[in-house]
Ligand binder design. Structure first.
Ligand code: 5GP
Ligand code: MN
Length: 329
């Protein structure tokens, strides 16, 4: 297994008594799993550890299907205003921490980032970034092993497994490596109920989300000989089905799974004239390049950005860039 130099990160964790952990906006199971796993582990180490959502107040950004995971109730349970150490997981830019969480992140005397994204601007005292890692959870497991493996328990392992299995698409995405399988099997030894976690996070779907999904997929628009597919979530779709923007997570994969589709785009209305955009790609097309064209970023095959403007303009601009990226494939 690839052993990176984690000593600087471990020294920061070891020296700190009070530690705050932060996640990215629209947190996915990898981000949530790694953050809560780290806090659980640090508490097992006798530290005072806290974990915050990007708005530091509510859990409204946390998808319902994730709430069965251990220690989700610890989110935002903290009155402390200063910390020895702030840790950000699964993000590479301060803009991803969230406007409300960022000032609190800066209240850490020292800072640490653990990330696996290809789009980043370094901002912390110590950064562990492994762009080839399938998930942030995979990196965090390796750091925990090097620091003190005895502080990993079933809860920590379950949270990390949740992050790994979702971010590697049930071990199907190209980011899945031999190391991913090795770590997953080591986590099972802690008694992780892998079947339950995997099915709840990657297969099960709430009734309302199912209704949202079939409604939106039914209106999928195709371009360029079905190489490009676009789905759109408007406010009315959420209202009519009793769902929220966070419920869109994963639906884009259905479009991406169409054999001919090399680039899938999902546009979600998340405010007045504001849109959250996701890109998924395969076949040598860079989703990251598309997102970066709009100031966003992510991974080669999975990325995102936020756009403001009238829907028709946002849509046209996205299609123009997408067509440009696809013209030679
Ligand atoms: P999703 O489409 O599932 O929200 O995100 C896919 C990937 O792109 C994730 O790794 C996520 O962190 C990243 N991503 C999504 N939106 C943004 C964004 O606005 N900026 C950056 N830099 N990355 C993003
Ligand atoms: Mn993430």
């Amino acid at each position: 297994m690839n052993n990176n130099n984690y000593s600087d990160a471990i020294a920061l964790l070891e020296e700190a008594d009070t530690i705050a952990v932060f996640m990215h906006v629209n947190p996915d199971p990898d981000c949530i799993g790694s953050a809560i796993a780290l806090v659980t582990y640090l508490k097992n180490k006798g530290k005072k550890a806290y974990v915050f959502t990007p708005d530091i107040k509510t859990v409204s950004m946390i998808p319902e299907r994730v709430k069965f995971l251990p220690n989700v109730s610890w989110l935002n349970k903290c009155d402390r205003k200063e910390f020895d150490l702030s840790v950000a997981v699964d993000l590479g830019e301060t803009g991803r921490i969230g406007d409300l969480a960022l000032p609190l992140f800066y209240k850490g005397e020292k800072s640490l980032v653990i990330d696996h994204h290809e789009t980043y601007v370094d901002f912390a005292d110590v950064t562990i970034r492994e762009e080839n890692a399938s998930s942030a959870s995979q990196i965090i497991y390796k750091i925990m092993c090097e620091y003190d493996r005895s502080a990993i328990n079933k809860d920590v392992a379950s949270l990390l497994y949740a992050g790994i299995v979702t971010d590697c698409g049930n071990f199907t995405f190209e980011s899945t490596s031999e190391e991913t399988f090795i770590i997953a099997s080591e986590l099972l030894a802690f008694g992780v109920d892998f079947s339950d976690i995997s099915r709840r996070l990657t297969k099960f779907i709430d009734y309302n989300v199912y209704r949202l999904k079939i409604r939106v997929l039914n209106e999928t628009r195709f371009f360029m000989d079905n190489k490009l597919a676009v789905i759109v979530f408007r406010k009315k779709d959420f209202l009519d089905t009793g769902t929220k923007e966070k419920d869109t997570d994963g639906i884009i994969n259905e479009v991406q799974n169409i054999t001919s589709v090399l680039l899938a785009i999902s546009i979600s209305e998340c405010g007045t004239d504001r849109f959250k955009v996701s890109f998924r790609s395969k076949g040598g097309v860079s989703a990251r390049a598309c997102a970066e064209a709009f100031g966003g970023g992510g991974h080669y095959n999975a990325s995102g950005c936020r756009l403001s403007g009238k829907f028709e303009d946002v849509f046209d601009n996205l299609i123009a860039v997408a067509k440009n990226k696809l013209q030679y494939v």
